[in-house]
Design a protein around this ligand. Sequence first.
Ligand SMILES: Cc1cc2nc3c(=O)[nH]c(=O)nc-3n(C[C@H](O)[C@H](O)[C@H](O)COP(=O)(O)OP(=O)(O)OC[C@H]3O[C@@H](n4cnc5c(N)ncnc54)[C@H](O)[C@@H]3O)c2cc1C
Ligand code: FES
Length: 347
Amino acid sequence: MLIEIEKKGQTHIFEAAPEEKLLFAGLRAGISLPYECSTGTCGSCRARLKEGNLEIGWPDAPGHKNLKAEKNEFLMCQATAKTSCKLGVPSKIEPFRDDDLTPLHHQASISNLSMLSSDIMRFEVNLDSLISFHAGQFFVLKAPGIDGYRAYSMVNYEVSTNTLEFIIKQKQYGSFTDWISSSDRVTNEIEIFGPLGKATFHPDENHDLVMIAGGSGIAGLMSIMEHGCKVNYFDSHKASLYFGIRTWDDMIFVERLNSMVKRFPNNLSVQMVASQESSDSRPPESIGKLSHGYGWVHEVALNSLTLGQENTMVYIAGPQPLVDATIRPLITEIQLASGMIRYDSFS
Ligand SMILES: Cc1cc2nc3c(=O)[nH]c(=O)nc-3n(C[C@H](O)[C@H](O)[C@H](O)COP(=O)(O)OP(=O)(O)OC[C@H]3O[C@@H](n4cnc5c(N)ncnc54)[C@H](O)[C@@H]3O)c2cc1C
Ligand code: FES
């Protein structure tokens, strides 16, 4: 099916395969359509149907709530084309960065599942060919028998690899959570699409980094830390990671983070911030060289920031309330430019 988008006097045309989400078809063709979550929750991939017929995959998607029915608006990450279509896209179609990577569909398998804490599982996704991604990006995964895709941020970083490392926080009654936890998944083939996401790390930008993770939000920030270590970025740039957990039992990646901090003791710091520990409780010895704090991770991180840190890029990843509660004070109180904030909201 041919999809045509008219925007500011420019016509973008791409082919969408049957059953392929229009967002993925457009991105795969190199058109930088607007999106954030790519899984139906944020509403950023809004478009208007001018001609043709669509099928809407998930009518109850939270991202539908601000769509204008009278303008035939729909979410490109949920829609597939039944005929060739003409669309309008209200948001900007931003040009890609020179080093942006084109996302593609792949078949993959799952291996090496293990529990890192009582509710965080680690797993790997293996591909037949090598791929590249930027630290901080994510893939969407489609499991057999489960409606829709789920987004997971890569934990690892390699210039090119055929293994993607992920963590998943166990969600009660979550479909993908149940699927991956319920039996031996290593025999299954899954479909994945990516790399996606704009909360990326690029060493040539030469920023100091502040990274704020809530729970499984640590995934993409681990990838940024891995990349930074591989290129000795923290020899010459300051970086602080604030990792929000509920109790000390939720600490994960402690050994990996310790070896990073030991390599770059002058410029790299990691603080575990526990929201449900009282201030007289002490973390276990295994915390090693990592520091610790109490309360909400974004409040602890924001307290460490001062006005006028123009060269600091702030990364935020995790539950939507954490991301929302961090962005506003960063802009209004710390007076950080919005271009210096990159985030992934795990809504
Ligand atoms: C950019 C991004 C990165 C993320 N990275 C991570 C990560 O690294 N680790 C982690 O644990 N979590 C991550 N998440 C959250 C993750 O994608 C899932 O929402 C979470 O694992 C729960 O999935 P579930 O299937 O178990 O729960 P469910 O409640 O079954 O599903 C949750 C999500 O799946 C989608 N969905 C649900 N039903 C449908 C349907 N019928 N059709 C289509 N879509 C549907 C929606 O996006 C919904 O919010 C990320 C989310 C985003 C947006
Ligand atoms: S990108 Fe489609 S709803 Fe978020």
